[in-house]
Design a protein around this ligand. Structure first.
Ligand code: 6PG
Length: 243
């Protein structure tokens, strides 16, 4: 298991450190003249990251060397407060100069099943592939209070082994439909980084890092890149029990 962690005193220090890592990844891509393919997480945790990128790096980065995808999206229109794309646009995308073709959003407003198929093709057509699966340079993930990641929930662990690139998922509490990339695609990435903050995640993080039996119930436990590395960036609260 190639899981490692870095613990930061506060969420803002975590966001600033990872923003710099991301900027350096884009600068390396520019040197190689080959854009990086990055899948973003949704929810609240990445908001600080996007704000730091927009505050500090709008002008000093050549954003044409990164393509943004999403690991999952809520099946809502992009102007809905729930939209991961909408949130990313307002905090970051609307503040940087980036070619439209570099933004690969999931169309939450469309029929979920059709969109899962369409987005699978969009990913396949725009990324390298390895073992016939799309290969992302980096996938950024969050951790839910129930151990889910992307929109792979414990109630639908089968999505970890799906043969499809994207599937339709249903939030177990709200019933909200989601389009999500699947476990094999995530584990095929060159690099996977979890961004996790807050006390509510601390016990799940502990179970995962101590390989406890209970951790097998969490989809996030089963994220281990087949040929890359899995880095967990934690603030002090989320990493309270990880040494
Ligand atoms: C989403 C996510 C989801 C998220 C976790 C953590 O669309 O909600 O991609 O996997 O990362 O639920 O969410 P918070 O960052 O809000 O705790």
């Amino acid at each position: 298991m190639n899981r490692s962690s870095r613990i930061f005193p506060t969420p803002i220090e975590l966001a600033e450190a990872f923003a710099l890592d991301l900027v350096n990844l884009i600068k390396k891509a520019e040197q190689k003249q080959s854009p990086v393919m990055v899948a973003l997480s949704g929810g609240n945790t990445p908001k600080l990251l996007f704000s730091v990128l927009a505050d500090k790096y709008t002008k000093s980065v050549n954003w044409s060397f990164i393509h943004f995808f999403w690991g999952d999206e809520r099946c809502v229109p992009s102007d809905d407060p729930e939209s991961n794309y909408g949130m990313t646009s307002s905090l970051l995308l609307n503040k940087i100069i980036i070619p439209e073709n570099n933004i690969h959003r999931i169309r939450g407003e469309d029929d979920p099943e059709k969109e899962a198929l369409r987005y699978s093709e969009e990913i396949m057509n725009n990324t390298r592939s390895c073992y016939e699966l799309p290969l992302f340079d980096l996938i950024i993930l969050g951790l839910g209070d129930d151990g889910h990641t992307a929109s792979i929930f414990p109630e639908n662990m089968g999505l970890m082994d799906s043969g499809r690139v994207c599937e339709v998922a249903v939030h177990p509490v709200s019933g909200q439909k989601r389009v999500t990339i699947t476990g094999k695609v995530i584990n095929n990435a060159d690099a996977i980084t979890f961004l996790v903050t807050g006390h509510t995640k601390a016990h799940i993080v502990e179970d995962i890092f101590k390989n406890r039996k209970t951790a097998a119930y969490f989809p996030a436990f089963h994220i281990n890149s087949s040929h890359g590395k899995v880095l967990w960036l934690l603030d002090k609260n989320a990493g309270e029990f990880v040494h």
